[in-house]
Ligand binder design. Structure first.
Ligand code: 13P
Ligand code: SF4
Length: 352
């Protein structure tokens, strides 16, 4: 059944219904401050038995420190898995709030800190539990699959949690078992998974404010200028952009494609924080941002997540010093959210 055959489809959230963080981002450091902070953070990580788990979209300085201190820079699936197997008693998660919550759901015995607790995600905000839970209750015949970009309470209502790197495999597995899926929150990723798997999926209608802005026509114009370029697309992008892609995948899958494809240049439709790792993976290749503002449009996100940009050296040093910004998830919600989250981790382990 397609979603438009249903009567009670959630509203399409085309306009954000929440405040964006505006120009908050990495500060201008005073002369010498950056170097001082980097060295302070290295020492504090050691002293506090802490490890830095950073997403590819965060500031290059944070990615560099995570790499150099035995932490990780990863996609959201690998961030969850890394925190789970690393022995440090404190996980410092540089990313957005759902990533810190996922770490806490999987590691209740560890202290989970974040440089900022204000870093949201439009997908998480677009799927409030008070609306999502009744929607699930109205469709008891469907297996509830939620993207990791959701709050703990939404995960607690789900049967499965998935990330973009594993979504197709999980839904294919459910289809083979004859299951019908209720998918949330990303409508574009949901559409993509539905097309690839042919599964019966009812889709929640939220979207990512970064990826939804990529413009197919402008990308096509760019390809006309650079016919040797390959197009790499994160599946949170609109269907018309995905249709142009040479590779569609999670952040890690896109970095691997940059390394493995023979093309000398790439048009990349995802957050530009990923370029740090892409350049390391393929130093001789050229990476170009996919245009996110077509003619007459405005560029509100400019291929960079405003919430990811709230993580920087100053607030990272502060949380390590003060132990502030700790993530807490109420135990009853955590235990229920763990069921669906652990299923994802186990599925990923069995697949490898
Ligand atoms: P990945 O799981 O591919 O890292 O994606 C997370 C995300 O928030 C993309 O916008
Ligand atoms: Fe959420 Fe989009 Fe930011 Fe990823 S890029 S954290 S999906 S708002």
């Amino acid at each position: 059944m397609s979603p438009d055959q249903e009567t009670d489809i959630p509203p399409i959230l085309t306009e954000p219904v929440y405040p964006l963080p505006g120009s908050v981002g990495v500060p201008d450091y005073a002369p010498g401050e950056r170097e001082t902070l980097v060295s302070e953070i290295r020492t504090l990580l050691r002293e506090k038995d802490a490890v830095l788990v950073a997403h590819y979209y965060t500031d290059e300085d944070l990615q560099m420190i995570a790499d150099e201190t035995g932490g990780t820079v990863a996609d959201s699936l690998e961030m969850a898995r890394f925190g789970n197997r690393h022995p440090a008693s404190t996980l410092v998660v540089a990313g957005v709030r759902f990533m810190g919550e996922t770490a806490k759901i999987l590691n209740p015995e560890k202290r989970v800190l974040m440089p900022t607790l204000q870093a949201e995600c439009s997908l998480d905000l677009g799927c409030p539990p008070e609306k999502f839970i009744p929607f699930c209750d109205a469709h008891p015949d469907r297996t509830v699959v939620v993207y990791a970009n959701t709050c703990a309470e939404v995960k607690a209502r789900a049967d499965w949690v998935v990330t973009s790197s594993i979504a197709v495999d999980v839904v294919r597995h459910l289809k083979e078992q004859g299951k019908k899926v209720l998918w949330a929150p990303d409508r574009f990723l949901g559409n993509y998974v539905q097309r690839v798997t042919g599964a019966d999926m009812l889709l929640w209608q939220a979207s990512c404010i970064v990826h939804e802005r990529f413009k197919a026509e402008a990308i096509q114009n760019m390809v006309n200028h650079y016919p040797d370029a390959a197009i790499l697309v994160h599946p949170e992008s609109p269907d018309s952009v995905i249709a142009l892609a040479d590779v569609v995948g999670s952040t890690t899958q896109l970095i691997n494609a940059a390394r493995e494809l023979p093309n000398p240049r790439f048009i990349v439709a995802t957050d530009n924080g990923i370029f740090y790792k892409m350049r390391q993976a393929a130093p001789d290749k050229i990476f170009m941002e996919a245009p996110s503002a077509g003619e007459g449009a405005t560029c509100e996100s400019c291929a960079h997540c405003p919430w990811m940009a709230m993580n920087h050296l100053r607030n990272l040093a502060d949380v390590l010093k003060n132990g502030s910004n700790e993530i807490h998830v109420p135990e009853d919600i955590r235990v229920r959210a763990l069921r669906a989250t652990q299923r994802m981790v186990d599925f990923a382990a069995a697949r490898n």
